[in-house]
Design a protein around this ligand. Structure first.
Ligand code: ATP
Ligand code: MG
Length: 252
């Protein structure tokens, strides 16, 4: 596939993901329908397999793709946008055709990640009209696809897409920034090697309010390193809040 598809063997598990119950239920539905696809087929039904993931950076879109692949024991192919988009629409369409041939031949999870990056990848394609044409051409391929693979498209900017084409997806999943409950869960997951029983969760979750899940995770790692290297592996509310505030201020 000459650099168009990147194969990853994901080991990410469902319990690593911290999501709202709504998003979590939607992903569970995909897993269930995929696992029961032959039962569905007996009744002329087909499982969900074309999904659009929307949401701001660091909310778990890419991680969810990895989890779906590993839970279904399927390979994960990520489409390398850099090599897909060319200055000439004709070439881009030809490359898309190659990718969709692969999708038909090899059942796997295919992630068209970070579509919003299309506009900034290359100077030459940096206009909205061109981005729209490429996106809509992709969505046309999605519509025509009748393979057994799982197609995931992830974007930070769903407003760029033609609304009419939304219907081509079996589900649109909106990833959100974590609320208080999810922030606590993310921190507990990340700091499972530490004693976290005495932390002041209200203070911590308040300080972390508005951060993405990715930022909360990174703040935990900073606090954990601080604890290990300077405090005999004792983690405190203050250390976590300090790390969280550093993320809030954008100082990494
Ligand atoms: N919902 C989540 N639950 C658990 N960890 C998360 C979650 N979201 C993000 N993370 C952590 O942050 C990292 C980056 O998240 P991910 O790449 O999935 O974000 P994304 O939504 O794809 O962002 P982008 O729009 O920038 O591509 C993950 O590998 C994980 O460590
Ligand atoms: Mg991503």
């Amino acid at each position: 596939m000459k650099g168009l598809l990147e194969l990853t063997h994901s080991t990410a598990r469902k319990n690593e993901l911290v999501l709202s119950s709504e998003v979590s239920e939607r992903l569970d539905k995909v897993l269930l329908e995929q696992r029961q696809k032959s039962r569905l087929a007996q009744f002329g039904l087909s499982p969900r397999r074309k999904l659009l993931f929307t949401g701001s950076p660091g909310t778990g879109k890419t991680l969810s793709a990895a989890v779906l692949a590993s839970e279904l024991k399927l390979p994960l192919y990520t489409i390398v946008l850099d090599n897909l988009i060319t200055r000439f629409m004709g070439e881009t369409a030809a490359k898309l055709r190659l990718i969709f041939d692969h999708i038909k031949q090899t059942r796997a999870v295919y992630l068209f990640d970070e579509f919003d990056a299309i506009g900034t990848q290359r100077g030459a394609t940096n206009d909205v009209g061109e981005i729209r044409r490429v996106l809509n051409s992709f969505l046309m391929f999605v519509e025509q696809d009748s393979s057994e693979s799982i197609l995931l498209a992830a974007t930070n900017h769903p407003e760029l897409l033609d609304k009419a084409l939304y219907r081509r997806f079996d589900d649109i999943i909106q990833f959100e920034k974590p609320g208080q409950t999810q922030i606590k869960q993310l921190i507990e997951n990340r700091l499972s090697a530490f004693e976290t029983g005495r932390l002041s969760w209200d203070e911590i979750t308040q300080a972390a309010c508005g951060l993405s899940s990715a930022d909360v995770t990174r703040a935990c790692e900073d606090a954990a390193k601080e604890a290990v290297l300077h405090h005999d592996a004792n983690i405190t509310t203050e250390m976590i809040i300090k790390a969280v505030q550093r993320r809030q201020n954008g100082k990494h």
